[in-house]
Ligand binder design. Sequence first.
Ligand SMILES: [Zn+2]
Length: 248
Amino acid sequence: MHPDLERVIALQRLDTAAHDAQRRLADEPERTKALDARLDAAKDRVASAKTRLTENQNARRAVEKDVAVHQGRLSKFREQAMAVKTNQEYHAVQKEIGFAQTEIKTHEDKILERMLEADELTALVKRSEKELAEEQKAVDADRKAMTAEHGELQASLERIAAERKALVEALDQQVLAIFELISKRRNGVAVAEARDGICTICHVRLRPQVFNTVRRNDAIIQCDSCQRILYFVPAPAIATPAVTHPAQ
Ligand SMILES: [Zn+2]
């Protein structure tokens, strides 16, 4: 293979790797945000469960106050019942007593409901706290992995830059100029494989004589359509099994 062709292929590989590393680095703020959001969501679930439990306790206390009010009325009516003088008064007081008792019963049922709900909410608080702790652990691990990856990406970018410098110095300056120009125009990809007579990136069919030249890999040939520098990968030699033809 033409040494400069080999170099531009290597150069392209480096540029693509650098581009991928840079994109991965550029994604970091977004990934950090996603991790923060995961943690915030878990914290919100704990806060919301705790709020519901507090509301439940407040509601229960309010009902308990109502019960106390009705119990106060009940004792007052019971005292009155001792002092009634007429049958009519007696029935009226009994009716009030019955009413107060019904109210107390209704409110006590409500308290029971609230207590059952409180059990569920307490369990929910515990569960969500456990989930938060797990999420915190997972997010910490992801953050740690991201920090490690950040270091690796930076190191690989430095390595790539050094390798690129050496390649660029060895490369024919005119070929380098072509490479850089096309790279700039073609979204960072200046080199394309030609396969089956087609440029594999722009998919345009090459003229047969162009493709034949490309197949030799001994010159810098550009695609007529996208101008990328073309190279050819020979098919690996496949051991053909001996085919025995049946006698005609
Ligand atoms: Zn092309």
